[in-house]
Design a protein around this ligand. Structure first.
Ligand code: ZN
Length: 58
């Protein structure tokens, strides 16, 4: 059994600089073989993993 302690927050986490705190980023949508960009859609921000918080400030 592993007890996990929640780390106390010493400071307020900043917004993720990549997605501006939204947790989503616009990603280009490409169509198969031609790789034609047909537009953008909201994608999961990989910097903050969708939390919208800057992981580097912890
Ligand atoms: Zn982000």
């Amino acid at each position: 059994m592993t007890a996990r302690k929640a780390a106390p927050r010493k400071h307020r986490p900043a917004d993720c600089p990549v997605c501006k705190g939204t947790g989503e980023i616009p990603v280009p949508v490409r169509l198969g073989r031609a790789r034609r960009v047909v537009g953008t859609q909201n994608g999961f921000c990989l910097n903050c993993l969708g939390s919208g918080l800057n992981p580097d400030t912890d």
